[in-house]
Design a protein around this ligand. Sequence first.
Ligand code: HEM
Length: 556
Amino acid sequence: MLLIIAVALLGWTLYSVFCLVGNIRRIQKIGIPYHVIPCSPVNPLWILLEPLIFFILGLLPFEFGRIKHYGRRTWQFTDKAQSHMRMGDAWAIATPNEIFVYICDADAITDIIARRADFVRPIELFTLLNVFGPNTEGADWQRHRKIVAAPFNESLNSFVWREALTQAQSMLTTRATAGPSGGLGTDTRTLALNVLAATGFKRSTRFQSAQEAQSEDPRSYAQSLKTVMLNTFLIMLIPPSVLKFPIFPSWCRRAGEAVEDFKQHMLNMFNTEKTLLDQGKPGTGTLMSSFVRESTVDPKSNKTVLTLDEILGNIYVINFAGHDTTAGSLTYVLFLLAAYPNIQEWIAEEIRTVFPNPDRDTWDYKEAFPRLKRCLAVVLETVRLYPPILALPKSVAPQSTSLRLPESNRTIVLPKGTVVLPSLLAAQTHPKYWPDEPTTWNPRRWIETSNPTDATTSTPEDHLAGEEIMEPRAGSYFPWSAGVQNCAGRKFAQVEIVAAMAAWFREYRVRPVREDGEDFEKAQARILESTNDSYQLLVMQMRDPDSAKFVWEQVE
Ligand code: HEM
């Protein structure tokens, strides 16, 4: 038995070395600098064992190439534009399975995003997302996208606005009464989940602190969704039916059950919508109504436009894509604002000007949102430095394809199957596109004054009215991706975070609670350090946003 295992291991190692050498030769033919790592950082087993592998690697007296840096899934987060500054606008990583080519040339990135037939989404890298139903690309993706994107309109955004104001107000009341306390990460997750459930699926939920939520039925819609979202990675790696086996600890079994509970809630919603539509009624006007309408049989082709599995898959993707991303961004926003009180004052000036009346019921989305440019600048700057998604992989689909790199005035030829990555965080922090302290969080960089007024005579209203959001160069900023495959929920997220900021900062300020002997600078450095202590589960997020303590102080 041991001999069979040893032979299999040796065979696998030799095969990996053979593939790796082949991939190195292919990169040498492309003619770009490269690094070699012995295992693909997107291999699920590698991801699962990452902490153990890096612990063992840390004990070794030598290093395999640059594996300690490039072997981590999140290496881009610490690297930012460093590798591109060292190796130029195109360089590669060779692994036994894939060649990853990183590109940081704004025009070339725009080209990659536009050439959808040449650079396709490698859905084999996204198979983990197929928990409730299939993920798609090509013609199938187009069919889904039309249906998924349809309900993301201004009427939904106005709903998001209202719900986010209500949830943020409740969060503020809870926190202001609690006094100095932690748990901010849990609060922002609750807020984001409640906004998503209410606007997308008409499941209005009252904001509850972590303690209150413990008493809620774990099988309710909100609680099962919360459990699914908190355990997404586990659920994607181990089938939920297997997770329910008694050999697993209770929290794993609960995660497996939550998938079934959530599926049952979605099926109930599906049936309710279907009954309403069958009765000739308009449906509840949610994302589910839109999907159910499309699940009917097309009389021309006699085919169902969306199958039930596809509907469940889409709902999962929206929940997954819309929850962690927005919750994480809200958390970064609050930490960064706590670290930069001057920016709190800067946005508060705008919020008070836009809303002279403190009564939130009078705050109208259509009238106010376009005027909250400083608040939007905070969102844009936060996802510039802390994007939830670090990489937007594309795979070369034809036999080979050429890519022009205008900045270094050359063209490279990429073989079929190469994974090409527009370097999102590198482009967003490269000094060639962001010359002014590119790695410092500074929302003011987003504001241009189109019509400078005389500071001594103009009113704050005049001054604010002259402010415009700066338009970054195409290909140098794409946290929501770009082109036709961009994020369907971009404005949803922006409206939600801006509304929450307006609700919080008109009358309140958030301050870090100082630890023993700390002055403000030390507290600020500690808070910024926790934003940089981030990791990637499915999207980037702070490792421990709950332990830092904050206090909310009323200023008016
Ligand atoms: C800060 C917040 C957000 C960021 C930075 C973000 C970013 C992204 C990115 C980069 C993609 C493209 C992924 C790829 O091409 O592989 C994407 C796709 C998507 N996002 Fe978002 N997202 C955010 C919030 C949301 C929200 C709130 C929703 C919905 C409520 C949402 C729904 C989607 C959907 C449905 C897709 C798939 C689009 C498609 O394939 O056609 N996102 N998002």
